[in-house]
Design a protein around this ligand. Structure first.
Ligand code: PAF
Length: 281
């Protein structure tokens, strides 16, 4: 695996590798890799001749009081995992490399950036869109792989690719869960054993919404209330939002005649977790 720390090194490495017309897949990550990330890498390996992974804890997508300083980092372990998966290129730039002091350009998606996590984490999606736009330009991949766990991020990036005509296809891979149902997340590492149990309530609340939906409930407000009630049963969990939205626009739905995204965000102790499910009529 070739490790590139500068933009120029990465550009040269991937361009050399693609001289023969090979297809390239990109898996953008912030490191602390788990099975969810590795499922993206495997999907990329299955569809592309060569695979690049980026590891960059992007300061632009963290709020001033969020966990940027404590975000889990395990570069040596990540390299070992990626070598094991047969990854060809790893791009691991410094903050200075990605954001020189002179940098003043950002990618903002009007409206969309402020929905779901964008509402409770101002600036978050601007940070995500900006760094992913830069990664797309640097790596010039044909396909880019993201997890459905970050469903709002997927909606934002799909829209950015469409609006700004990026020549890349976004591939979305299913949520990977622990055996008991907790969605895999690098932030699960923050949970103590009691919080780890409480965290399961997010998945339970989605299961309850799906169960009622399958029984014929079609009123979004009733489904949201049912989901919130399940969350409220666990005192260690504090709701951030529970919404049923259009998966592309992230606008709350008023009826359930088309696919809808049920999205939940909640604090377990001081750890903010997200999860979601898709309702298909
Ligand atoms: O999903 C993530 O890990 C990040 O938001 C991403 C896409 C790597 C951008 O920093």
């Amino acid at each position: 695996m070739k490790i590139a720390k500068t933009i120029q090194e990465m550009r040269e490495a991937v361009r050399d590798a693609r001289r023969g017309g090979e297809s390239l897949g990109l898996v953008p990550t912030m490191g602390a890799l788990h099975e969810g990330h590795l499922s993206l890498v495997r999907a990329a390996k299955a569809r592309c001749d060569a695979v690049a992974v980026s590891i960059f804890v992007n300061p632009l997508q963290f709020g001033p009081h969020e966990d940027l300083a404590n975000y889990p980092r395990d570069f040596a372990g990540d390299c070992h995992r990626l070598e094991g998966e047969g990854v060809d290129f790893l791009f691991a730039p410094s903050v200075e490399e990605m954001y020189p002091e002179t940098s003043v350009t950002y990618v903002e998606l009007e409206g969309l950036s402020k929905r779901l996590c964008g509402g409770s984490r101002p600036g978050h999606f601007r940070g995500v869109a900006t760094v992913v736009a830069k990664l797309f330009h640097i790596v010039e991949a044909d396909l880019a792989f993201f997890g459905q766990k970050d469903a709002a991020q997927v909606a934002i990036l799909r829209r950015m690719v469409k609006d700004l005509n990026f020549p890349v296809e976004i591939v979305v891979c299913p949520i990977v869960r622990e055996p008991d149902g907790l969605a895999m997340s690098s932030r699960n590492a923050y949970l103590n054993p009691q919080e780890r149990k409480s965290a399961l309530q997010l998945h339970r609340s989605l299961n309850e919404v799906e169960r009622r939906f399958q029984q014929g409930e079609r009123d979004p407000a009733s489904l949201i209330e049912a989901g919130k009630n399940v969350l409220a049963q666990e005192p260690g969990v504090r709701l951030d939002y529970f919404s049923i939205v259009d998966p592309d626009t992230l606008v709350p739905v008023t009826g359930l005649t088309r696919n809808a995204l049920v999205a939940v965000a909640a604090f377990v102790g001081s750890t903010r977790l997200i999860d979601n499910a898709v309702l298909t009529p």
